[in-house]
Design a binder for this molecule. Structure first.
Ligand SMILES: NC(=O)c1ccc[n+]([C@@H]2O[C@H](COP(=O)([O-])OP(=O)(O)OC[C@H]3O[C@@H](n4cnc5c(N)ncnc54)[C@H](OP(=O)(O)O)[C@@H]3O)[C@@H](O)[C@H]2O)c1
Length: 215
């Protein structure tokens, strides 16, 4: 740790020697996940769309003694997802222990006002990219002989919240995808789980979205 004092949990277990890819690690929940994994000794790669913000985070993590690398990737792009996984594969010798499908976005809109562009944007960013990254990571996770996928879903994937129909559908689908992949890939020693947070004060919430934080 930065102050040289090991945390109590570090005395019990460690992630030293483990490798992780966390999407969307520059802010919010993804940022906390990167710090937690790196704090336990894992080598972590992360991505986001903003090079300047990514560089700033990488500098901060280096100063804290964390082993974190990063590359710019717009997860909307299939080609950029493939590039991301090539980078991860070469950095971690074609093995990966942990994939955290964290990056996602939302637009609060009533269903009748939502456009086909809103639908495609949310489905591609939140669901398709997580599925495709899991497919791309599969050989690396299998090669590690101890693979883990963690999806970041949402309470909105299990219960109806106002203005979140499409977002909620992406998260409901992720909940089911988790079960299917867990069954399909257990034989390859890959565990698949979902974490479903309630509202967390991060940059995903825009002004006016605070209904979720006060509900
Ligand atoms: N905050 C909540 O209340 C809440 C509640 C339940 C579930 N969740 C879930 O938790 C996860 C993290 O949310 P958050 O609140 O931490 O979000 P956030 O503060 O908006 O951070 C999102 C991160 O993902 C990156 N990102 C977004 N779109 C991307 C794209 N197309 N390609 C690459 N990177 C992208 C962002 O960087 P760039 O924008 O620079 O690319 C940023 O690093 C999401 O899956 C969200 O659905 C959040």
């Amino acid at each position: 740790m930065a102050n040289g004092e090991p945390r109590i949990s570090e005395q019990r277990w460690s992630l030293k020697g483990q490798t992780a890819l966390v999407t969307g690690g520059t802010r919010g929940i993804g940022h906390a996940i990167v710090e937690e994994l790196a704090g336990f000794g894992a080598r972590v790669h992360t991505c986001s769309r903003n090079q300047t913000e990514l560089n700033d985070r990488l500098k901060e993590w280096k100063a804290k003694g964390f082993q974190v690398s990063g590359s710019v990737c717009d997860l909307l792009s299939r080609t950029q997802r493939e590039e991301l996984m090539k980078t991860v594969s070469s950095e971690f010798d074609a093995k990966l222990n942990i994939l955290v499908n964290n990056a996602a976005t939302t637009k609060m809109k009533r269903a009748e006002n939502s456009t086909s562009e809103d639908y495609s944007f949310l489905m591609s960013t939140n669901l398709e990219s997580s599925f495709h990254l899991s497919q791309l990571a599969y050989p690396l996770l299998k090669a590690s002989a101890n693979g883990n996928i963690v999806f970041i879903s949402s309470v909105a994937g299990a219960t109806a919240l106002p203005g979140l129909s499409i977002y909620s559908a992406t998260k409901g689908a992720i909940n089911q995808l988790t079960k299917n992949l867990a069954c399909e890939w257990a034989k390859d020693s890959i565990r698949v789980n979902t974490v479903a947070p309630w509202a967390v004060r991060t940059t995903v919430l825009k002004p006016g979205d605070n209904i979720l934080l006060t509900a």
